[in-house]
Design a protein around this ligand. Sequence first.
Ligand code: CA
Length: 232
Amino acid sequence: MSSDAQHRGLVLVVEDEPAIADLVRLYLTRDGFGVHVERDGIAGLAAAQRLRPVACVLDIALPGLAGTEVCRRLRESGDWTPVIFLTARDDEVDRIVGLELGADDYVTKPFSPRELVARVRAVLRRSTGTPNGADRPRTAGPISLDPSRRSVTVDGAPVHLTTTEFDLLAYLMSRPGRVFTREELLASVWGYAAHSGTRTVDVHVAQVRAKLGPAAAEWIRTHRGVGYACVG
Ligand code: CA
């Protein structure tokens, strides 16, 4: 197993199916990432803590410790490394995002390795840059967001958002009152084409609202059949 980080950084892949792990390794390596593979959750968690990867790709069903539990333990220890889950079933998606694990993205098996690589790149682009190059602090009612510090507070109390959740909220707050369609949000925040499916937008908006709390969540409005807007 090579753990040589190349110029894009090291990605930890925890996947117990060798054929999938090999394919993911091949495509990530070709794209310039260093790749370290583990085949069970316990070794995966230890590797995440030891190697400090730039991103983790976690299968859900793993021997030893489920991928969701690996993520939960990383988050509990204050580690917010971007995590992309590999799920075997489409109906797991709501559950995964709803677990408040701080997952940044997911792909459903069978997946295209190119698509996975694109998502790893997208999540890293989001976690290292400020959305739209605009880094002035923004407010909406009780919510304050500071892009340069990547921090969010509600009535002065810090709220911990994942990279994706932060970028989604920052984007909505960048133009108060403007209604963004799900397709626009998918393209601008995730960097995906609309055919990737827009349900991911809905589940992440729900997650942002849950973290902001009921009072602050009122500032993110749903426009039925259209999309979402932040009240200015
Ligand atoms: Ca598995």
